[in-house]
Ligand binder design. Sequence first.
Ligand SMILES: *Cc1c(COP(=O)(O)O)cnc(C)c1O
Length: 371
Amino acid sequence: MKKIQMVDLQSQYQKIKTEVDASIMNVIESAAFINGPEVKQFQEDLEKYLDVKHVIPCGNGTDALQIALMALGLEPGDEVVTADFTFAATVEVIDLLKLKSVLVDVNLDTFTVDTEKLKAAITPKTKAIIPVHLFGQCANMDEVMAIAKEHNLYVVEDTAQAIGAEYKGKKAGTIGDIGCTSFFPSKNLGCYGDGGAIFTNNDELAHRLRGIVNHGMYKRYYHDEVGVNSRLDSMQAAVLRHKLPHLDGYNAARLAAATYYSEAFAEIDELVTPVISSDSTHVFHQYTLRVLNGKRDALQAFLTEKEIPAMIYYPVPLRKQKAYDSGDYVDADFPNTDTLVAEVMSLPMHTELDEEQLVYITSAVKEFFGK
Ligand SMILES: *Cc1c(COP(=O)(O)O)cnc(C)c1O
């Protein structure tokens, strides 16, 4: 049996090696390393795939979020509401820009923001909401958009884990004002280094975003505001151009593995398998279980013993991280996040899991529970 990894990028590469190698060599030979034709072509391909007016490629997913917030023209102290249970980058950029991050609880079943809690967190200083489409499934965007409309707030979607997912037929990241994604190698659409992109249907925001990614420059060597330097390089764009046509197939392979897992675990009362909402497709960036009755760490150790990696995404709520501690949260407002950090466990999930590996992994989990 092939060694089981959380993510198997080597096997995926072998299947597309010829075309990818050729296009990387082509970039090297052309020496168009920065803003070469591959970048423009990938941008257009992604606009078509997402059915969105503007894609602005950038250096990584964290930059994408930061640049999105910069483009909204917020003032220091303005509040941005997001989920307590997500990858740190989402809240890091809020604090970095001297905005005030306001964290709220998530739903126990979908791991995405609890929109009742979101509503309750809105104050006159709130300016934006960042829903995170965690683990590959969209947050409740109808509710998020309704709250945003009522209070006149911007919505920046964190689509780093959900590229290709659809919410009521619309691609994740194209529903709010701005969508942000990451092409980190292990993401559903990953390049061979760092990469990211920002999406919007709003022409003015697109103009602003394009200026900010390029040193706040709207006309060559005229700098109208403080921007950043954040670029997707041509080699990464060349890789992504070849991988984009495979994305739906990759996401289908993830869904098939997830379905296999969930069917195998259906009889285990002490496992809660991931819920697929009726409004969103699920692209399973992670396959995340809840392990009940305090057995999570013992199960993880049992699997490690059998050379099956399993990870805890995420072990600490963001409100409890030293870096972002703003001090005035009450644990009673976060029952679900606090339950999840103690119970979640993610199993190997990637596009290349084969039947033999799936049988081995599910048998080991069943063995742990005496099934
Ligand atoms: C990966 C990720 C990011 C950041 O992307 P990078 O490209 O690593 O900077 C942001 N938000 C979420 C939810 C992520 O999973």
